[in-house]
Each structure stands twice: as C-alpha cells, then as structure tokens.
Design a protein around this ligand. Structure first.
Ligand code: SAH
Ligand code: SF4
Length: 388
C-alpha cells in the first residue's frame, strides 16, 4: 500500500464525463433487454431491436468498444444515429496507481463528482478485481475507514460494471478471453460499501458481468462480502449464486455490536443461521469468514476456539486479515505471534485459515484510503493557491 501511494501514473483528470454532460443515455449498465427497450424508445423498428441490442451488447461487453465508431459490423449510418442518442460512458479515472508488486488501484469519478475505488491484485495466471458497491458506507464498523466517510450513495449498475471495464481496459483484456487464462479472472465485492444494501444495482451489474456473451466472469469466480445484512443473504444465494464472504470479526454479540454495529439488528445467531442456509454453499464452494486481527480485542486463543465452535458444520474457510490502521483509529494490528496461534487453532479444527499479507486483502482493506488521500491532496493544493 505504501508503495502504491508513491507511484502515481495519472493525476486528476478534469475531462468532463461523457455521460454526465448531455442527455444521451449511457449504455454501460444496461442489460440486453434494457438495450432493446432503449432502442425501441429511440424509434428503432420493433422487429429489429432484439438483434440490434445483441450486437450492441457484444460490442460493448465482449469487445470492449469505447465508442460507436469501433463497432465495425454496424452500418455507418446506424452508428451515427446511435452516437446522437447514446454513449458508452465509462467512469473517469481520477487517480491510477500501480504498486511494485503489480497491484493496481483506480480512483474513479462519476458524473456527479462522487468517487469510488477498484483494486486489481494479479497472480501468475489469474487476478482478482476488488469492486466498490457504494460511495462510502452507511454502516459504521468501528475499525473501517470507509464507514467514516460522510458522503454516501449507492453506485448504479453502470458505475459498478464501469469499474470492471476500466480494469479490463488497463489490462488490455478485450475481447473477453475464452481460454480461462485471464488477468482479471475473479471479482470480489469487497471495495467500498455494503453490497447487500445496494442489492438491486449490484445484482443487475453482476448479471451483466456474468453474461457469457459479454464480460463472461462465472458466478464461481465472484465473491460477495457482507457485514451481515441477514435478510438479503438468501436472495443473493438463490438469485446470483455467487460465493459468499461474511465479515465476522467477533465471536460474541457484545464485541460484535461494537465492531460491526449491524450486529445489533442481526445478531450472531441469526447471521450464522443465514450462513448455514446459504443456498449457494457446499463443500466445493465454501463460505469465507473474514476475521480482522485486532490487537488485544478479538485475537485470543479462547476466541479462536469459540470461532471454530460457532461455525462448526458450515462448509467454510477463515480469512485472517491483519488490521490495516488509518490515522486517528484506536485499534492496532495483532502481533504476528497472536495471528499465528489463532490461525493454528482454526487450522487444527479442519478449516483452512490463510493470513492475507501484505498485498491482496491488505490492500482491499485499505479501500477508502486512496480517496481520502487524493481529497487531502486537492485541499492542500487549493489551500496553497489561496495563500498566494
Ligand atoms: N461492506 C462489506 C464489504 C466491504 S469491506 C463488508 O463489510 O464485508 C471488505 C472487508 O475489509 C471486510 O471484511 C471489512 O471488515 C474489512 N476491513 C475494513 N476495514 C479494514 C481495515 N482497516 N483493516 C482490515 N480489514 C478491514
Ligand atoms: Fe461498511 Fe464493510 Fe466498512 Fe463495515 S466494514 S463500514 S460494512 S465497508
């Protein structure tokens, strides 16, 4: 993360967002049916809309076309017509950074000026993109920086799919690779925000991302992380069948009420039952329990044993996340020894218990920090200008 901060590639662009400065409809974020409806609204012949929506879907999501000129299988006349009414509007990139280990992070800006982040973590023959679902988050988990941000709004399907498209652009991974050997092979909904509190938009976006004739990332390679929005978990499992990650972080209600305040509404018993009932979990597709390691708070051997008891019978693995501190926070990260001991107890009970260090999850956990850093940078610049 620190080396991410010192290698800026691009700095705040002031280019107006294509879709934000006129009344044209943005096609990114529309599924096939919605594209057909939009074409119909625009006066397209009813007997043609289905076929034409299919062509647009293919060019936008499978080929990564950035404008209508690139859509060479479409007649020039129709392309000009489309350009009058529609845009293929990706988010603007405010900041793009790359760490020395290859991890990339983008701060993206939307037409109303709000921003959110996406992070790509590459491995040898694959890679995961950590995607945001909201600007900020309404759930104020006490150890999470995103929860301290004042501005909060849901991201639209187009803004969620847009993050994937920006990453694909940067990785030069168009058209969608068919051989399974992709740099952007997996998606984790673990960026800013609580995806199950923006379910309609997240589910629409993920269905577009999963479409085999488009971006084509399978549900088996998508993981959605929730802090425990219990009433939405079943629907998510039935409807999307994606992998589930649950931010557990504490093994008793007293502590979880403080760390993850949604626990006051949906306590552990309810949450664990919803995990047992999660429709898309089985031995091949286990639920991931995320557990942030906070020094002296939740990291004792007794708590590791309680964790094992709590999740017993659930096909699960446990991700231990070293706490990533931020300015002003009262917590610190557990010692390596405490983390090792904790992992050992969980592992001895038969659960895989990887510790995410120092890239991957650690950088994902830092989601929310780049935004603040860049805002601070801008404020400082403005301050200097005013002083002169
Ligand atoms: N809102 C969802 C998904 C986004 S947060 C959720 O809470 O699950 C993704 C993960 O990062 C969560 O497990 C969250 O608890 C964890 N996290 C947040 N801030 C962190 C920090 N400072 N250090 C380590 N992990 C953190
Ligand atoms: Fe929101 Fe997740 Fe952060 Fe909690 S941990 S404040 S739910 S983003």
């Amino acid at each position: 993360m620190t080396d991410l901060a010192i290698q800026p590639e691009v700095r705040a662009t002031d280019r107006p967002h294509a879709a934000g400065f006129d009344s044209r409809v943005n096609l990114i974020g529309l599924d096939r049916q919605e594209m057909a409806d939009a074409l119909l609204d625009a006066g397209e012949r009813p007997d043609k809309v289905k076929m034409r929506a299919g062509q647009l879907f293919h060019w936008i999501y499978e080929r990564g076309a950035r404008d209508f000129d690139a859509m060479t299988s479409i007649s020039k006349v129709w392309r000009a017509d489309l350009a009058d009414r529609f845009v293929v509007g990706r988010p603007d990139i405010s900041v793009a950074q790359q760490s020395s280990d290859g991890t990339r992070k983008w701060l993206m800006r939307f037409p109303d000026g709000h921003e959110a982040e996406a992070v790509h973590i590459p491995e040898a023959d694959r890679g995961a993109l950590c995607v945001s679902s909201q600007v900020g988050c309404t759930l104020t988990c006490s150890f999470c920086h995103t929860g301290t941000q004042k501005l909060v709004r849901n991201l639209t399907p187009g803004e969620i799919v847009g993050q994937v498209m920006i990453a694909r652009d940067a990785l030069a991974e168009w058209p969608s690779p068919r051989d399974g050997n992709r740099q952007l092979s997996n998606i984790v909904m673990m960026g800013m925000g609580e995806p199950l509190l923006n379910y309609d938009n997240v589910s629409k976006a993920l269905k577009i991302v999963m479409d085999e004739r488009g971006i084509a990332i399978s549900k088996r390679r998508i993981t959605l992380s929730t802090s425990g929005v219990v009433p939405m978990m079943k629907r998510c499992g039935e409807d999307l069948q994606v992998n589930l990650a649950v931010s557990l972080h504490a093994v008793n209600d007293e502590l979880r009420d403080v760390l993850v305040p949604i626990n006051r509404k949906h306590p552990l018993k309810e949450l664990i039952q919803a995990c047992r009932d999660y429709p898309a979990a089985n031995n091949a597709r286990r639920i991931t329990f995320e557990y942030v390691m906070l020094d002296g708070i939740n990291d004792s051997p007794a708590e590791a044993r309680e964790l094992v008891r709590l999740i017993s019978g659930i096909p699960a693995k446990v991700n231990l996340i070293p706490f990533n501190p931020w300015p002003g926070v009262a917590y610190s990260c557990s010692s390596p020894k405490a983390i090792r001991k904790f992992a050992e107890i969980v592992n001895d009970a038969g659960y895989s218990s990887p510790v995410r260090m120092p890239r991957g999850r650690d950088i994902m956990a830092a989601c929310g920090q780049l935004k603040t850093e860049s805002e601070r940078g801008r404020r400082e610049k403005t301050g200097t200008a005013a002083a002169q």
